[in-house]
Design a protein around this ligand. Structure first.
Ligand code: 1GP
Length: 242
């Protein structure tokens, strides 16, 4: 597993999608010190070629921080990143996204995997209408579900991190707050619909790491303001950790 010290203090991560054209503005924004890392990943149209091109564009932009690839397709894995993140969708309706998908990939690529550079992520996908939600066949996630999935992630599967993902839609702060308060030590990540500072602020107090994606493409100035907010805010106080 990729060592904790490489990622546990991340407060804000930019997630870039290989299936979307990356602009010069985006490649400038991600160099703001408010961003602790860049993750390359997406759900639709992910290929080796577009993943490779995006990784190369980020590297040649002068960005020097941590760069990781989140894997959604085994055939799109690229070398030359600091780590590979592997999402396990705890609430997937199609259990392929929790086991069989990885079984097949490991059968083919297993001997090439550097496990010291792999980080597994427990995912709860809360937006069933997102591309990832449709692909993995998730249902509605109520508060009781979220708390139980979080307990599973921490108590049964022992994932190093739990990612509450609402991709494309801003989530329920009360649900995120409740999960934050219920966890013991699992690192909590939130992503979905953070389009301005107010939304970042609404979630920042509950989780350890915020992820922003679409806003980088839709409104890079807002993305810059979010980075400034997180940077100025500092480490903050984690909910549920005393
Ligand atoms: C996607 O959760 C992230 O995996 C970010 O979501 O694109 O809605 O910011 P947005």
């Amino acid at each position: 597993m990729w060592p904790d010290e490489n990622w546990r203090n991340w407060r804000l991560v930019a997630k870039l999608d290989p299936d979307k054209p990356v602009t010069g503005e985006i490649l400038t924004v991600i160099k703001h010190p408010g961003f602790n890392a860049v993750v390359v990943g997406g759900t639709q149209g992910i290929t080796f070629d577009n993943s490779f091109r995006l990784v190369e564009a980020i590297k040649s932009s002068g960005y020097t921080g941590p760069l990781v690839q989140e894997i959604s397709s085994a055939s799109a894995v690229v070398a030359g990143v600091d780590a590979h993140f592997i999402p396990f969708v705890i609430n997937a309706g199609d259990k392929k996204w929790f086991s069989d998908y990885y079984l097949e990939a490991i059968k083919v690529f297993g001997r090439l995997i550097d496990w010291g550079r792999v980080l597994t992520e427990g995912y709860i996908i809360c937006n069933r209408n997102s591309a990832a939600g449709r692909l993995t066949g998730v249902g509605e996630v109520g508060l009781d579900d979220a708390l139980a999935y979080a307990a599973m992630a921490e108590g049964i599967y022992n994932f190093p991190l739990l990612y509450i993902e609402y991709s494309g839609r801003f989530g329920d702060p009360d649900l995120v707050k409740a999960v934050a308060g219920s966890r013991d030590k699992i690192h909590l990540v939130y992503g979905g619909g953070i389009s301005d500072v107010a939304k970042a602020q609404a979630m920042a107090g509950f989780v350890d790491t915020l992820i922003i994606g679409n806003v980088l493409y839709d409104d890079w100035r807002s993305a810059l303001e979010i980075a400034g907010f997180v940077h100025d805010r500092g480490p903050g106080k984690k909910q549920g950790t005393g």
